[in-house]
Design a protein around this ligand. Structure first.
Ligand SMILES: *[C@@H]1O[C@H](CO)[C@@H](O)[C@H](O)[C@H]1NC(C)=O
Ligand SMILES: *[C@@H]1O[C@H](CO)[C@@H](O)[C@H](O)[C@H]1NC(C)=O
Ligand SMILES: *[C@@H]1O[C@H](CO)[C@@H](O)[C@H](O)[C@H]1NC(C)=O
Ligand SMILES: *[C@@H]1O[C@H](CO)[C@@H](O)[C@H](O)[C@H]1NC(C)=O
Ligand SMILES: *[C@@H]1O[C@H](CO)[C@@H](O)[C@H](O)[C@H]1NC(C)=O
Ligand SMILES: *[C@@H]1O[C@H](CO)[C@@H](O)[C@H](O)[C@H]1NC(C)=O
Ligand SMILES: *[C@@H]1O[C@H](CO)[C@@H](O)[C@H](O)[C@H]1NC(C)=O
Length: 631
């Protein structure tokens, strides 16, 4: 770790590829983090970053007659190469040298003086090269570190590190900034690449040659929505930031001292790795495509097909409702590549001239819940009063739409590709189908409708009773607050005021108590789990304030908010979703200057949380442990 820096002169070399050299010439072991014009690094010498986190030097991978110059971790037992300069041109013996050319560029020469690699910076003069603690080798003007000519982060190999910036723009389009090695021991560019595709909303993509192999799903400013089980604290570190009019995609670990890296393995799998000090090994935090889930492989079921790994039936693929296999024999034989086609043309596609009689039965939408949304989405701006659905119906080419918090109205105008059905998480996809292909929704018997109406009425009565009960009990005259549910830590949506659809079962707006005059309109935010987890350092022990019968209370902080206290209800709590919503509504109504302020809540799967303003000198226990634990 970076903490205990030693005097460079007394450094003990502990790397096998250094030892021989250090034994012979211990003087050269006083490595520095930079070299300047006129200096060089021979095979056996190294540069070490100031915090002793990375080192740069010559090494070989299995084959001793292929020597490379690269960067790897320092002082850990599995130093793992993160960057290779001459990945395409290994040096056949130990005669290589890294030095400055007279024009200021850094070059790697073999024993014959042939250049095997160069930084190729046109503007470089009188330069210096420094290895920093993020793992980047930076070539800059001597005496002026801000004048950067070249850096290894801009020329990444197979590894993405915290601190790297990937430029994202529609002009660049797909940015494949990582390429896999050819094999475990051959760092030359292999068959796989990884990068980002900014179209619609940013996605991470793995390519095999020119074909897509996996994609993360779109980024909703917090997580990638196609990876429902991504460990939230690790997903939370991604960021799209603007600098000088350019957008950059970056990653920052929640805990800055964590050693974390992403790489595209030579065999085509992306891995996120974290160094586990106690085990002395790299833990794989997540890996894609997941080998045990065939549905993660791109477009497994063809166009208009849906892949469902949890489906216990024989086939993982099925056609979307209103669609049928294009080639039934192949489909039943387990070759789904041809996908599915529409059973009935859409109203706008039908033509009386085409033989089919145009009908006035309007097209409708079939919903797929918990879906990985299709690839190649268009973002659509809707004007006030116009819904995403209307926008889709206006356009005959529109095949589906989805409303995603953090992204907006997404629309598809081509075949729907790479759709997966998750068991939880994901988003709702609305697929446009002809009226005659609409499912049971429109054919509900009146009996069913009647039952639903009665249930609804009962529910309303119960709510009213509850409300009356608490009013009587607490004798508090609340200022009425209309609660609109917004999701996400994105404070820019704070005052948007318009409720949108959520990917969880807590969807819909809950204006249960919008009664009377609307004074002091307070907005409760529906935060997402990843955001709350990150705010409380993944519900760590250090952040724990206390525990009660209903669950645990954590302290945390969210960008743009005061310090927060999170009451995480225990999973065992039998409290249902509706009761939970009622409880929140009631608390929100009771907002009073002497009470702890409720800022938001989080409902995701089994998790239910209340987020309060944290007041260090208030009797927090009273409010959090007794008063609002109705369950
Ligand atoms: C130097 O050149 C000779 C002849 O071209 C070649 O056989 C030898 O492998 C080269 N040495 C290195 C280190 O590349
Ligand atoms: C430098 O330029 C040479 C020739 O133009 C090219 O082969 C090489 O890949 C370039 N090196 C880098 C690091 O861009
Ligand atoms: C290179 O830069 C250093 C530091 O700014 C300066 O002392 C030196 O004279 C420069 N050398 C040349 C050749 O410009
Ligand atoms: C892969 O998916 C299975 C279930 O589909 C899951 O149990 C497993 O944890 C996943 N593996 C990784 C590395 O994400
Ligand atoms: C599946 O069908 C496609 C198109 O007919 C064909 O090109 C492909 O080879 C088939 N795949 C397999 C595994 O049979
Ligand atoms: C519908 O008819 C118009 C001309 O009336 C023709 O140009 C168009 O291609 C037809 N579309 C379809 C889907 O048949
Ligand atoms: C005309 O209708 C048939 C189905 O009845 C369909 O297969 C064909 O594509 C339609 N023609 C056009 C131009 O859309």
């Amino acid at each position: 770790m970076g903490g205990n820096r030693k005097n460079p002169g007394t450094r003990i070399c502990n790397f096998s590829f250094l030892i021989v050299f250090c034994w012979a010439l211990p003087l050269f072991c006083s490595a520095s983090s930079s070299i300047s014009q006129g200096q060089s690094i021979k095979d056996g010498e190294t540069l070490i970053s100031d915090g002793e986190i990375f080192e740069l030097g010559f090494f070989s991978l299995g084959n001793p007659s292929s020597r490379y110059v690269g960067i790897r971790y320092y002082k850990i037992s599995d130093p793992s190469v993160i960057w290779v300069a001459n990945r395409e041109n290994p040096i056949s013996d130990k005669s290589g040298v890294l030095e400055f050319r007279s024009d200021g560029n850094l070059v790697v020469l073999d024993g014959n003086g042939t250049t095997v690699w160069s930084t190729n910076a046109s503007a470089a003069t009188n330069s210096t090269a420094r290895l920093n603690d993020e793992g980047s080798l930076i070539l800059s003007r001597r005496g002026d570190a801000s004048m950067v000519y070249w850096q290894s982060f801009d020329d990444a190999a197979d590894t993405f590190l915290p601190g790297m910036k990937v430029e994202v723009s529609d002009e660049i389009g797909e940015n494949r900034f990582l390429s896999s090695w050819k094999s475990e021991s051959d760092p030359s560019a292999g068959g796989y690449s990884m990068g980002v595709d900014p179209r619609g909303s940013l996605q991470i993509v793995i390519w095999e040659g020119s074909e897509r192999r996996w994609r993360s799903g779109h980024w909703n400013k917090q997580i990638f929505i196609g990876v429902p089980n991504m460990p939230t604290t690790y997903a939370y570190g991604f960021k799209l930031s603007d600098e000088n009019g350019k957008s950059y995609f970056t990653y920052k670990p929640w805990n800055p001292s964590d050693k974390l890296r992403f790489r595209i393995r030579w065999d085509g799998y992306e891995e996120q790795l974290k160094w586990a000090e106690e085990k002395s090994q790299w833990d794989v935090i997540q890996s894609h495509p997941n080998k045990t889930n065939q549905c993660e492989f791109y477009n497994k079921c063809g166009r208009f097909g849906v892949c469902s790994a949890s489906d216990e039936s024989s086939s993982i693929c099925s056609c979307m409702r209103g669609f049928q296999p294009r080639n039934l024999d192949q489909w039943t034989g387990g070759n789904w590549s041809e996908g599915c086609s529409r059973k009935t043309l859409l109203q706008c596609q039908r033509n009386s001239t085409n033989g089919t009689v145009a009908s006035d039965e309007k097209d409708g939408f079939e919903a797929i819940r918990c879906a990985k949304l299709p690839d190649f989405a268009d973002l659509v701006v809707t004007v006030p009063g116009e819904s995403c659905e209307e926008k889709c119906l206006e356009n005959c080419a529109c095949t589906a739409y989805a409303i995603v918090q953090g992204i907006g109205c997404m629309m598809w105008t081509e075949d729907l590709i790479d759709v997966e059905k998750f068991t939880r998480g994901g988003n709702t996809l609305h697929i446009r189908v002809a009226h005659s292909d609409l499912g049971s929704k429109n054919k509900l018997s009146t009996a069913v409708i009647a039952v639903i109406s009665v249930a609804g009425a009962l529910f309303a009565v119960i709510i009213l009773l509850l409300l009356w009960k608490f009013k009587a009990k607490l004798k508090v005259l609340p200022t009425t607050s209309s609660i609109s549910w917004l999701r996400g830590g994105d404070t820019s949506t704070l005052n948007a005021g318009k409720s949108t659809e959520f990917s969880t079962d807590a969807s819909g707006s809950v204006d249960v108590y919008a009664e009377g005059n609307q004074v002091n309109r307070s907005e409760l935010r529906l935060l997402n789990l990843g955001c709350v987890a990150a705010a409380t350092n993944n519900f760590s022990e250090e952040n724990k304030l206390g525990k009660g019968g209903f669950g645990t209370v954590y302290k945390g902080s969210l960008p743009g908010l005061p310090q927060i206290a999170v009451k995480r209800l225990s999973r065992r709590s039998t409290q249902g979703l509706d009761e939970f919503k009622n409880e929140i509504s009631l608390i929100a109504k009771l907002q009073h200057r002497n009470l702890v302020r409720l800022l938001g809540c989080c409902i995701e799967g089994e998790e239910k949380m209340l987020v309060y303003e944290y007041m260090p000198n208030k009797s927090l226990d009273f409010f959090l442990f007794s008063m609002f634990s109705f369950s």
